[in-house]
Design a protein around this ligand. Structure first.
Ligand SMILES: Cc1cc2nc3c(=O)[nH]c(=O)nc-3n(C[C@H](O)[C@H](O)[C@H](O)COP(=O)(O)OP(=O)(O)OC[C@H]3O[C@@H](n4cnc5c(N)ncnc54)[C@H](O)[C@@H]3O)c2cc1C
Length: 384
């Protein structure tokens, strides 16, 4: 067994320690009363799991992307996708790979135990998938930058100390290449000039999404990550890990749905025989299970490649596509197996369907994955 596999097994075991202490009911309760799932994140902290994936020299326990994937997948299979860990986990990658030693000390190391967290703010209402078209602008004034603009869909920002805020420091029309002029800053989420508006989205409960309004927010120049205008370099480091962690949510949720369906149709017997004996239910479930295992193999293969230092966009894109599709498929058949009870929140399937479905849209939609595969794997012309 190689070291990546050892990590994956160890982290899966450690994640089961969280599941023993935190029932799915905690997430359901938080969703109902609008509170943050502190018990989940505090237990992860007690067991040292916020340091998973963070290199030891930055205060973490190491393990790379494979270990992060194993953690997210295992908790998701128990109906507890740890969104805040996932976002902090990849936001801090941009900081420790392209930030200063002082930034690592001040903003990365304190995340190793989950006591401090980082949101990631790139999406804008009018830019959407087209990151290069963002308009939030940071203007240099003396030793600071003054930031104005608006973000949307920013997950968990009100429960994070900082956000990695992606801005433009040069207008799109003034740069030779759209990737030039993008600059990230580490911004206090309670800085003067920031206003949050909770969006009416119930996809990843109890974590919520927010619109973020930035009105003359003053940020010291030492909060800039990397060189001015070269922010895309740092963001690329976290891009594939983010896709793989959301793929891990997909695989975990697919496990959750399939397990529930199997358990239910072993017992349910409206005609005297368990409905699990009907091929109309058994075969689609079996097919989804086979597709899930294939998608999972690709997910761990992609994670391992990244951990081994391979520069690959193709395998993570394919993994993201397949994992997110199989998650929706699993919920669809699991609901069919439950009949009318599939729509009863007490059966706790319909509750997680939006979360599974969202993985085909966020953090990047599947059409962009197909674009990537079409262009970079098949060598076809760019379509947009
Ligand atoms: C639950 C959730 C959490 C999120 N959390 C965060 C967060 O923490 N931080 C953050 O910055 N953002 C976050 N997002 C935003 C997310 O990354 C965006 O929703 C996503 O990037 C797509 O942008 P959009 O919604 O504006 O879609 P649009 O860009 O309007 O695209 C809509 C649809 O058009 C199609 N499409 C778009 N472009 C192309 C193309 N070039 N080729 C083919 N088809 C295309 C796709 O089908 C796509 O689904 C979150 C979103 C959700 C739903």
């Amino acid at each position: 067994m190689d070291s990546v596999e050892t990590w994956v097994n160890d982290i899966r075991q450690a994640a089961k320690g969280v599941i023993k202490q935190v029932p799915r009911q905690h997430i359901i309760d938080c969703d109902k009363d609008g509170s943050f799932p502190n018990k989940l994140y505090d237990t992860m902290s007690e067991l040292g799991l916020w340091g998973v994936g963070l290199p030891e020299e930055h205060g973490g326990m190491g393990g790379g992307v494979s270990a992060m994937v194993a953690l997210v997948e295992t908790l998701s299979a128990a109906g507890m996708p740890p969104f805040n860990y996932l976002i902090t986990g990849f936001a801090r990658m941009a900081i420790y790979s392209h930030g200063t030693p002082e930034q690592v000390e001040q903003f990365v190391k304190p995340t190793a135990d989950g006591k401090k967290r980082i949101a990631f703010a790139i999406t804008e209402p009018n830019a959407g998938t087209n990151t290069m078209a963002i308009k939030t602008f940071a203007k240099k004034e003396g030793d600071s930058y003054i930031i104005n603009g608006q973000k949307a869909f920013i997950s968990g920002v009100n429960d994070c100390e900082w956000m990695l805020l992606i801005t433009r420091t040069q207008l799109l029309k003034d740069v030779p290449n759209p990737a030039v002029g993008i600059t990230p800053f580490i911004v206090d989420t309670n800085a003067a000039g920031i206003a949050l508006n909770e969006m009416r989205i119930r996809v990843s409960p109890p974590d919520r999404q927010y619109e973020v309004f930035l009105d003359d927010v003053q940020v010291p120049a030492e909060r800039m990550v990397g060189k001015e205008g070269e922010g895309m370099k740092g963001l690329f480091v976290g891009l594939n890990p983010e896709r793989l962690m959301t793929s891990a949510i997909s695989c975990g949720l697919a496990d959750y749905a399939i397990d529930k369906a199997v358990e239910y149709i072993k017992e349910r017997a409206p005609f005297g025989k368990p409905t699990g004996s009907y091929q109309g239910l058994q075969h689609p479930l079996a097919r989804t299970k086979a597709r899930l295992e294939a998608a999972r193999l690709m997910l761990y293969d992609a994670a391992k490649r990244i951990d081994m230092g391979e520069r690959t966009g193709a395998v993570p894109s394919m993994a993201k596509l397949l994992c997110s599709e199989v998650a929706t498929e699993a919920f669809d058949i699991a609901i069919q197996c439950h009949g009318g009870y599939g729509f009863d929140e007490d059966y706790d399937l319909i509750t997680l369907l939006p979360c599974a479905r969202a993985q085909r849209v966020a953090p990047v939609n599947n059409e962009m994955m197909l674009n990537f595969i079409g262009e970079h794997v098949l060598g076809l012309p760019k379509s947009y």
